[in-house]
Design a binder for this molecule. Structure first.
Ligand SMILES: NC(=O)c1ccc[n+]([C@@H]2O[C@H](COP(=O)([O-])OP(=O)(O)OC[C@H]3O[C@@H](n4cnc5c(N)ncnc54)[C@H](OP(=O)(O)O)[C@@H]3O)[C@@H](O)[C@H]2O)c1
Length: 241
């Protein structure tokens, strides 16, 4: 198993949900930009589930070193790597903020996902679960740089799912809606629309077992986004969303 963004609480809860179900892997590869924290999680998985893990450093602001990844045979990939960055009010014209959002959520991530997709294609097996966002369903004035990177990721996953379908590889896109994690700390989120990392992981695990193509974490977000997607543009452009 491969985990990208393994210090995400959602990623951790998902890994534990898989291990709780009794599945074991030869190795769980924990990709992270924070080795020390990931190593603590690796020890936890070893003690609690006797699951061997290897921590691999990953900085999505840099090109990945693919030579280090040759030995990995991916069965299940879970990608929680992502970066919200500053929204429009503070960050729109900040070049560094914009570039960082695009790199982590899209530009540097796609080549890495492609690398593992090519291995799965050769093996003719595997599942990729990737967290995108409802923000990618329609660009809104409050955070459309992040939204556009996630829209690109969602479109990529849709095409990849289509391309890999007859190669026996499944690709699942997750559109979480709000989740109470370190990414959203301090943001005024409506509790009725917000999932805990544990709730999110449970919902994603169920969707994975059902081989869903696209999954919203809380079903209400499917309804909200259907309405938002269908507002005519001449009205939408006047809204403060
Ligand atoms: N929270 C929400 O409301 C929400 C809503 C919609 C979508 N999402 C998406 O869901 C996913 C998980 O989010 P989360 O809420 O769990 O956020 P999070 O706690 O901030 O986790 C995101 C992870 O991305 C990894 N990451 C960030 N910058 C990186 C970099 N430069 N290089 C490599 N990895 C990097 C980090 O993992 P390491 O520390 O291990 O490097 C980080 O823990 C993300 O894709 C996010 O965009 C979240």
């Amino acid at each position: 198993m491969i985990v990208l963004g393994s210090n995400s609480e959602v990623a951790r809860a998902f890994v534990e949900a898989v291990l709780e179900s009794g599945t074991r892997f030869p190795v769980v590869y924990l990709f992270t930009s924070d080795r020390e924290t990931a190593e603590k999680f690796a020890r936890h998985l070893d003690v609690k589930y006797f699951q061997p893990c290897e921590v691999i450093e990953l900085d999505l602001l840099q090109e990945a070193d693919y030579s280090k990844l040759d030995k990995i045979q991916p069965g299940l990939l879970f990608c929680a790597a992502g970066y919200l960055g500053a929204g429009t009010a503070e960050g729109l014209y900040n070049h560094q903020n914009t570039a960082r959002i695009i790199d982590i959520n899209y530009a540097k991530l796609i080549p890495l996902l492609n690398y593992f997709a090519s291995k799965m294609e050769r093996q003719r097996s595997g599942t990729m679960i990737v967290l995108s966002s409802v923000a990618g369903d329609r660009g809104r004035q409050s955070n459309f740089i992040y939204g556009s990177a996630k829209a690109g990721l969602t479109a990529y996953l849709s095409g990849l799912r289509n391309y890999l379908y007859d190669k026996k590889v499944h690709v699942m896109t997750v559109k979480p809606g709000f989740m109470a994690t370190k990414m959203t700390e301090g943001l005024p989120l409506n509790p009725k629309l917000t999932a805990t990392p544990q709730q999110a992981a449970t919902a994603i695990f169920k969707a994975y077992k059902k081989q869903r193509n696209v999954a919203y974490v809380l079903p209400v977000w499917g309804v909200i986004m259907m309405i938002i997607r269908n507002i005519p543009e001449f009205i939408f452009k006047k809204l403060k969303l």
